[in-house]
Design a protein. Structure first.
Length: 111
């Protein structure tokens, strides 16, 4: 019976994780306009074309709200390391993890 209760606890944690991710996704999708962050338009200018079909506009809306400057900073730092003062606002651990995962070096994050 220990296995069943352990499975139930894991299922609750996984369920809470997905519920939290759904709340975050809905928050991002309900945010109005581009806001102060225009990095998505700079990174992917084809998302701002107004003559797109409805499915293309909807996918562009989702992408523009999910790709924000934080993600761009994390990926850039993971790729080349910290270079500018404002980049130090981003935690060391996630940037190292992203860099090592991207290079296929999952085991050693100490460098």
């Amino acid at each position: 019976m220990v296995g069943a209760s352990h499975f139930g606890a894991i299922a609750r944690v996984v369920g809470l994780f997905f519920l939290w991710k759904l709340v975050m996704l809905l928050t991002a999708l309900s945010s109005p306009g581009p806001g102060y962050d225009t990095s998505t338009q700079l990174l992917l200018p084809e998302l701002s074309e107004e003559h797109q079909s409805l499915p293309s506009r909807l996918s562009a809306r989702v992408l523009s709200r999910l790709i924000r400057w934080d993600a761009v900073y994390y990926v850039t730092i993971a790729n080349r390391g910290y270079r500018f003062e404002q980049e130090w606002a981003f935690s060391w651990l996630p940037t190292k993890l992203v860099g090592h995962i991207a290079r296929g070096e999952l085991c050693d994050i100490s460098t």
